[in-house]
Write a protein that binds this ligand. Structure first.
Ligand code: APR
Ligand code: PHB
Length: 393
């Protein structure tokens, strides 16, 4: 088997890259370890920056998002009994974010690929990367008991944090940076109307809480919990009581509760691998970096990596610009580190790290300062809507 770009992983990164390249006449084969149903069963974040919605449209997968997604121009921060709305559009020349679930993004990209005849091999086992530092790299995998070799020009490692791509590079060639937070997020999805039209991020002495949504009838709520918390110990009733206790009274009073249709605990981590290119292999999305979910940057960072690699590869195939290949890593990492900073900062000011009263007062002072200063509000807004993509020229 032969292609131009072998893509490992059919998550949002791999599927989006595949679609964009296909529209430029560049051939790809996607190898995915799981089944399509499994990939679509994962519930992840749901706030898309404008850069990502533009890319989805360019990839021919934006129609349903335009119909069903909800454009948001602000969100709320609550702390010390106060609720402060952060206008994200006013200070950013009218930019906004779109609330549309990652699961739906993935479904739309899968459908677009199928409609256009793109090849995705699901249930591909034992994926291995070979000869990365030569001009004839390849990927082998086992499908239905048969070992197959996929020859290619380049490999895009879009296989998430636990994937095989990052693990295939020589140890001495990669440097990693990591912070693991001493808490997790317990999240539920419930068929109830969201408590507020906009997202609410809450700093509370009992811990962080987030009110988010997928639609007018589907809510996504989170509370900070211990990392070793057992999901069985969290009945729906306990969850709703805890969530309400962390919100301002008027908000808690109008919250509609109901049975959860999904409940899970996610750990929080910051992680970056440098560089992101190893010979002919490019790491993309969660394969190269993780952010804590505070600020909803994970999926959006994957999109900016995809945008950079898409432009690099298009210029390589259309204009022979091999010089750009070596710029991918630096361009991508400049934006990644800034999004890592914002996610880390949002995490630091909103979560309960300890019982230290000084640390708690510092968080409140920071929230008070940022929300009462035009410069502070501007800083939050420009990061939340997403920093600009760097041009590939
Ligand atoms: N071989 C083939 N596929 C693999 C392998 C492997 N060895 N290991 C993992 N995969 C697949 C996974 O099954 C998954 O479908 O790679 C895909 C990776 O998808 P994601 O983890 O969703 O990562 P990515 O596409 O980079 O998506 C961006 O940012 O913060 C997050 O929630 C956000 O998941 C989203 C991510
Ligand atoms: C979500 O809706 O799942 C969500 C929203 C905003 C975040 C994180 C998660 O910052």
């Amino acid at each position: 088997m032969k292609t131009q770009v072998a893509i490992i992983g059919a998550g949002p990164s791999g599927l989006l890259l595949g679609q964009l390249l296909a529209h430029k006449g560049i051939a790809t084969v996607i190898l995915e370890a799981k089944s399509p149903d499994y990939v679509l069963s994962r519930i992840r974040a749901g706030v898309l920056e404008q850069g990502m919605t533009d890319l989805l449209r360019e990839a021919g997968a934006g129609a349903r998002m335009e119909r069903e997604g909800h454009v948001h121009h602000g969100f709320a921060l609550t702390f010390a009994g106060r609720q402060e709305r952060i206008d994200i559009s006013g200070p950013t020349g009218g930019r906004s974010v779109t609330v549309y679930g990652q699961t739906e993004v993935t479904r739309d990209l899968m459908d677009a690929r199928t409609a256009e005849g793109g090849i995705t091999i699901y249930d591909a086992q034992d994926v291995e990367l070979h000869d990365l530092y030569t001009d004839k790299p390849s990927v082998t995998f086992v499908k239905d008991g048969e070992k197959i070799t996929l020859e290619c020009d380049y490999i895009a490692g879009c296989d998430g944090f636990h994937g095989v791509s990052r693990k295939s590079v020589p140890k001495e060639a990669i440097k990693t940076f990591e912070r693991v937070y001493p808490f997790g997020w317990l999240g539920i999805l419930s068929h109830v109307p969201p408590v507020s039209e906009e997202l609410i991020y809450a700093n509370h002495e009992r811990g962080f809480a987030l009110c988010s949504m997928r639609s007018a009838t589907l809510s996504r709520y989170y509370v900070q919990c211990a990392v070793d918390e057992k999901i069985e110990d969290w009945s729906d009733e306990r969850f709703w009581t805890e969530l309400k206790s962390r919100l301002p009274e008027e908000t808690a009073a109008k919250m509609v509760t109901g049975p959860s249709i999904e409940k899970s605990i996610a750990p929080l981590r910051s992680f970056v691998a440098e560089p992101m290119k190893f010979g002919q292999l490019f790491l993309v999305g969660d394969a190269a970096h993780i952010v804590p979910p505070t600020g909803a940057k994970g999926l959006n960072l994957a999109a900016s990596d995809v945008s950079t690699l898409y432009h690099v590869l298009t210029k390589r195939y259309h204009d022979g610009r091999i010089d750009l290949l070596d710029q991918y890593s630096d361009i991508a990492l400049r934006r990644i580190w800034k999004a890592e900073r914002f996610s880390w900062w949002m995490t630091s000011i909103l979560h309960k790290f300890s019982d230290d009263p000084f640390a708690q007062r510092m968080q409140l002072a920071e929230l008070d300062y940022y929300t009462s200063s035009a410069a502070g509000r501007m800083t939050i807004a420009e990061n939340y809507v997403g920093l600009p993509y760097e041009a590939v020229i």
